[in-house]
Design a protein around this ligand. Structure first.
Ligand SMILES: [Zn+2]
Length: 248
């Protein structure tokens, strides 16, 4: 089943969303094959999530810089949550201020890239489990990662400036992880990672892997409906959300 709009194919690489926003997609979206977003305004750039290792992140950043000169130097990185496939590449953005929720930072410290590398090192002696770990994480280069933790922590909704754009950072955890944070760009009516968990949860539910997945999906969808598509306005408002980049 494809969940994508037919206009936007799920193909590896850079996808222009419009008005200085881009997505970087990595099919098939399995363990570690996460997505990322780029937002640009004037000479400023912001990356939403880095990737699982340094080579993958460097390839993505080169594509971002090719598309937008402002991305040659990334000003901000937002880590939407602590899983390594969303933050291991932070070290590739040495000039950026890294921003994340306080709980995201705490879990990043508790689960460094060396932890996964340790599982991989032990995998040959773990039988079937080891084979599974190697099939999931073997393609990634964790030894390339010099973990870089966030510079600035948030605990509640926060607005930062990127050029003239307001960037809303909206904590919604606990959902997929305790520190989950959405990135909403009202001027572009674009949200990055807004419904990642809904879809991930529905997929899990559909595969029978997560009994609570549908509950979480519905809860987050309702929250988004209230927040991004206000229904109490006297006249039908312009939807606050036109585009949504889904990251999981
Ligand atoms: Zn995750």
């Amino acid at each position: 089943m494809s969940l994508a709009h037919p206009k936007f194919s799920y193909e590896k690489g850079l996808h222009q969303i419009g008005n200085g926003a881009y997505a970087w997609l990595q099919p098939d979206g399995g363990w570690g094959w996460s997505n990322s977003g780029l937002i640009v305004d004037s000479d400023q750039s912001l990356v939403v999530d880095t990737l699982f290792d340094v080579p993958l992140t460097q390839t993505m950043l080169a594509a971002y810089a090719d598309a937008e000169p402002a991305a040659n130097t990334v000003n901000n990185v937002i880590n939407t949550h602590h899983n390594g496939d969303h933050c291991n590449g932070n070290c590739c953005c040495p000039d950026a201020e890294i921003i994340a929720h306080k709980l995201t930072a705490e879990h990043m410290q508790a689960e460094p890239p060396s932890l996964v590398q340790g599982f991989l090192d032990a995998a040959p002696g773990l039988g079937e489990l080891g084979n599974y770990l190697t099939s999931c994480f073997g393609p990634f280069d964790f030894k390339s990662v010099d973990q870089r933790l966030p510079d600035r922590l948030i605990e509640e909704e926060t607005t930062i400036k990127l050029g003239d754009k307001d960037i809303h950072l909206i904590p919604v955890g606990p959902a997929h992880t305790p520190g989950d944070t959405l990135v909403h760009v009202p001027a572009d009516r674009t949200s990055i990672r807004a419904i990642f968990y809904s879809l991930a949860a529905i997929q899990s539910f559909g595969k029978g892997r997560c009994k609570t997945g549908l509950t979480h999906a519905i809860a987050l969808s309702l929250w988004m409906s209230r927040r991004l598509f206000p229904v109490m306005a006297p006249s039908p408002p312009k939807p606050a959300l036109k585009k949504c980049v889904i990251i999981w």
